[in-house]
Ligand binder design. Structure first.
Ligand code: ADP
Ligand code: MG
Length: 512
């Protein structure tokens, strides 16, 4: 299917062309015709699936462009407000539509001036409520869009939203988009939508297949080493590392900076100017690693983030979906990597079930593995490098005193120092150990299924989380694997890890 089938006006088709969109995404395919028919709509689809265009295109198609503010889009954060208005501006400019972005912290007068000239407003709830309640502005939009509704709820904007709607005309078309549909959002939908149609991108479609999801089991004290090793191995283009708390963001930022990476921290209580500056540096590639909390990275839309790392697994599935949605954007491939301690394996299972996805269990590459890979890359590079005149001169000079083979050895040594892989050889748990732990977690859950599934305390109470108990987990894991391996013969984890070469690594053996 192409965009032509929507019969958009020429100016809009031109804008779609210029944006480089070839084919509507699933949510766009389903939502656009319903919106064009004039229906209210609830759209549920994961981040990065093109929800902005799903409402933006049909609304712009229906706008007349001479009636003041015809469309109001409410979004949870300033970053999102800017991103969404950029995108809507792109689609609307060929038709001469003006877009204004409204958020807290900016001067009132300028904002009001821009609102008075705009056809489309993209606003955050706080400032919008403020402007409406103080009667600084009145709005009469025919189209009202609530974007990322679940994030609004998470950020505590529910009351503002309800209040804002008391200032809006009853006779309007209302569209609501959300990655997830918690109960309170369903209730809100009943209040603000009129006989809505709904578009749900089903679970299998909902998980963005451009994102490969992997997890690695490590002891708590190994997280830093694991992260460094994986970054060394995966060589990300740009990556985001998610932490649970600001404190952790700060600590990890200092640590990664000390390791020589270009790092920036992003957390909720940063000054707006500083945030924008930081995000711009990331987009431009001046910063290669972002370290962020959930809230700080909400909606962040940077197209070429190759990897998302969860330093800790997030507490809930919705955060997980939001986090991994920062990669695999705009048709690019992405990888989402989660570090878990043995105690957290059950959380992996729960998230997989909630989200309808599979995370692949992998083993952290050994120092030797990373080193060989880098050596090979270096050899390939040497073979493909063009010789520069200055290099010839340098070798000539060296040849006065040193024989040519020794020169080659010396130069190779210097180059190799640059790709030296650090850290201990083996980090984290091996395939067999992880398999056994998963099996054990499964059996535990089976055992107390009748008694409320969140209450299985076994793993927790045993698990402490410092280095020593990590060892304890391991030996238990290895032992139980002997007993239970039969049941797992069809297990998929095993085959994915290329069991052969991993087997020789003898992890956890010292405990037996
Ligand atoms: P969501 O709101 O669902 O998280 P966005 O609307 O922000 O997703 O879209 C994510 C990215 O995909 C944006 O960079 C957007 O320009 C791009 N995009 C959206 N629809 C298409 C499409 N049909 N073809 C190509 N790229 C698209
Ligand atoms: Mg969006």
């Amino acid at each position: 299917m192409t965009f032509n089938e929507f019969n958009f006006k020429d100016t809009l088709n031109q804008a779609i062309d210029e944006a480089g969109f070839k084919e509507p995404s699933p949510v766009q395919k389903d939502a656009i015709p319903l919106i064009l028919e004039g229906n209210d709509l609830i759209g549920q689809a994961q981040t990065g699936t093109g929800k902005t265009a799903a409402f933006g295109l049909p609304v712009i198609q229906m706008m007349e462009g001479n009636k003041g503010v015809e469309a109001l889009v409410i979004v949870p954060t300033r970053e999102l407000a800017m991103q969404v208005s950029d995108e809507l501006f792109r689609f609307g400019k060929t038709a001469g539509l003006k877009t204004a972005t409204i958020y807290g912290g900016a001067a009132y007068n300028k904002q009001i001036e821009r609102i008075n000239q705009a056809n489309i407003i993209v606003a955050t709830p706080g400032r919008l409520q403020d402007l409406l309640q103080s009667k600084r502005i009145t709005l009469n939009p025919q189209f009202v869009i609530l974007d990322e509704a679940d994030e609004m709820l998470d950020m505590g904007f529910l009351d503002e939203i309800k209040n804002i709607f008391t200032f809006l005309p009853k006779d309007r078309q209302t569209l609501m988009f959300s990655a997830t549909m918690p109960k309170q959002i369903k209730i809100l939908a009943e209040q603000i939508l009129n006989n809505p149609k709904s578009v749900t991108i089903t679970k299998s479609e909902r998980t963005n297949t451009d994102i490969t999801q992997k997890f690695y089991v490590v002891a708590d004290y190994e997280r830093d080493d694991a992260l460094l090793r994986l970054i060394d191995y995966k060589n990300p283009n740009k990556c985001i590392i998610f932490c649970r708390m600001k404190k952790e963001v700060d600590r990890l930022s200092s640590y990664m900076t000390a390791q020589g990476f270009k790092v920036a921290a992003l957390h909720g209580d940063m000054e707006q100017k500083q945030r924008e500056h930081t995000i711009r540096s990331f987009k431009q590639g001046l910063v290669e690693i972002f370290i962020a909390t959930d809230v700080a990275a909400r909606g962040l839309d940077v197209n070429d983030v190759s990897h998302v790392f969860n330093y800790h697994i997030p507490f809930d599935s919705e955060s997980y979906v939001h986090r991994i949605g920062r990669t695999g954007r705009a048709g690019n491939k992405g990888e989402a990597i989660t570090l878990v301690s043995p105690n957290e394996l059950r959380t992996i299972k729960r998230i997989e079930k909630d989200v309808g996805t599979t995370m692949i269990s992998e083993v952290i590459p050994t120092r030797q593995e990373v080193q060989s890979r880098k050596d090979n890359d270096l050899l390939a590079k040497i073979a493909n490098t063009e010789i520069k005149p200055a290099a010839i001169d340098m070798v000539k000079t060296l040849q006065h005193d040193i024989d040519i083979v020794t020169i080659a050895h010396l130069l190779a040594t210097i180059v190799q120092e640059k790709i030296d892989v650090k850290g201990k050889d083996i980090i984290g748990l091996g395939t067999e150990e992880v398999k056994a732990l998963i099996e054990r977690a499964k059996n535990q859950r089976g055992g107390d299924r009748s008694g409320g599934r969140n209450r299985s305390r076994g793993g927790n109470s045993r698990g402490g989380n410092r280095g020593r108990s990590g060892g304890g987990e391991r030996s238990a894991g290895s032992r139980s694997s002997d007993r239970r391996s039969g049941e797992r013969s069809g297990g998929n984890r095993d085959s994915r890890n290329g069991g052969g070469n991993r087997g020789s690594r003898n992890r956890g053996q010292s405990n037996n």
